[in-house]
Ligand binder design. Structure first.
Ligand code: ZN
Length: 436
């Protein structure tokens, strides 16, 4: 029973964090003032029935003027107040932390909830809150869970972190302002794109106008320069301290694997996103990888250039990482190495539909895609226990790297909109390298 109550708190806290984040947006200042006004009006209304009627009428008029935007927010503010009152002692947080201690891998939603609770209880500067939001963000990037991503991103912004917030998470007014701006600055953006291809790592942010830079600061990590892989550990300790990190240089001796692995991918609507680090294709439910009969749902696939994995010290032109998750939350990544050669028809379709804007999922009308088109016929593999190859470098990820490569044309490698997005190979640290 206690656990159920805690879960209810968690949901309320999650909503609270979103509102908290919203409140911190500059663009929301006007709406905030209006909510305060409305709240004051509502309070005054409680004094007498007569006053109440008048005030309510006035409030109603104002409400109808502001309509849909304010109503849900006001509800959330009330919920937030209730949550704040309940959290005053901090005992809810410690109860929840104790309840979760037994579970190794918390879901993104729970991480966000934990972060929100910490923030509400201990304040926005609490490092535990930031870590929980970051974990939530990383976990939720693997799926298609917009609400969790928004809550985590807004939570980080509320805590004063300079991160990019997805356009879909922004309040309507800011989104509209952003849209206007980008229409005007269209040529500017293309310019920045070209610069990035030329290899200046930071050029990515140059295309944003000065106004925009205030709101959407540089990403927390990169593949070169000040925020390159050797610096990831500063903010994401597992990247530096982990003992089972990916990628690996794959070379013998190998241990014989008897695992049976097969993919059953289905055609579905194409949904792509440029998340600032790679091109990712989000997959609707139904595509599966079976490992010894255990079903792992395909969540997304994405690309690295050159391939992160090396075979006998050599990288390939690129690699596709197919990211799956089973019912227990365990991640499995299937890697398909792309070798320079003939044109790849699957990639032709993908590259023809590349998103024009960062961090916004692009769904071209009437375009379907089957991820199976990127797989080779042969399914022999190397396998090892590894980690996410991007911060926070979370471990406990099973990798299967297929031995058979798939072709990609030189021009197609060149057309991939990132010059280099591969983490260097990591120490084996006595791990078993399997081969079937
Ligand atoms: Zn990857």
């Amino acid at each position: 029973m206690k656990r159920i109550l805690l879960e209810v708190f968690l949901v309320a806290a999650l909503i609270g964090a979103s509102v908290f984040g919203f409140m911190n947006q500059k663009q929301a200042a006007v709406s905030k003032a209006k909510i305060t006004e409305l709240t004051a009006a509502a309070e005054a209304a409680e004094k007498t029935v007569k006053e109440k009627e008048e005030s309510l009428k006035a409030a109603e008029e104002e409400m109808s003027a502001l309509q849909g935007e304010i109503t849900p927010l006001e509800e959330k503010v009330n919920q937030l107040e209730a949550v704040k009152a309940a959290l005053a002692s901090g005992s809810t947080l410690s109860d929840l932390e104790n309840a979760y201690k037994k579970e190794k891998n918390l879901s993104a939603e729970r991480q966000t909830g934990l972060g929100a609770l910490r923030m509400l209880t201990k304040g926005a500067e609490d490092p535990g809150a930031l870590e929980a939001f970051r974990k939530a963000l990383q976990l939720s990037e693997l799926g298609d869970r917009k609400n969790t991503i928004c809550a985590a991103q807004l939570g980080l912004v509320a805590a004063g972190e300079k991160i990019k917030v997805m356009a879909d998470c922004l309040p309507k007014s800011e989104k509209a302002a952003r849209g206007d701006k980008e229409e005007k600055d269209g040529h500017d953006k293309d310019h920045s794109h070209g610069k990035k291809e030329d290899g200046k790592g930071k050029a990515k942010d140059d295309g944003h106008g000065a106004k925009k830079d205030d709101k959407h600061a540089a990403p927390h990590w990169d593949y070169e320069g000040e925020m390159g892989p050797e610096k990831w550990g500063k903010e994401f300790p597992t990247c530096a301290k982990g003992k089972s990190q990916s990628p690996l240089d794959i070379k013998g001796p190998f241990v014989k694997s008897r695992m049976v692995v097969s993919a059953d991918y289905k055609e579905g609507a194409l949904k792509m996103i440029n998340n600032g680090h790679t091109i990712q294709v989000n997959i609707p439910p139904g595509s599966k990888l079976r490992v010894d009969g255990i079903v792992h749902e395909l969540l997304q696939f994405h690309f690295h250039k050159p391939s992160e994995e090396k075979i006998d010290g050599k990288p390939m032109a690129m690699v596709v990482h197919f990211v799956h998750k089973n019912a227990d939350g365990k991640l499995a990544v299937l890697g398909v190495l792309l070798k320079e050669g003939n044109e790849n028809p699957g990639i032709k379709t993908l590259w023809a539909n590349l998103p024009k804007e960062e961090n916004v999922e692009y769904v071209p009308e009437g375009v379907n895609f089957n991820p199976g088109n990127l797989l080779p016929r042969e399914f022999d593999f190397y396998s090892y226990e590894g980690s996410l190859t991007t911060p926070p470098c979370t471990e406990g990820v099973r990798f299967f790297i297929l031995k058979t490569t798939v072709n990609i044309a030189k021009e197609q490698v060149h057309a991939f909109p990132f010059k280099m997005n591969a983490r260097p190979v990591q120490p084996l640290n006595g791990r078993e390298l399997l081969s079937n």
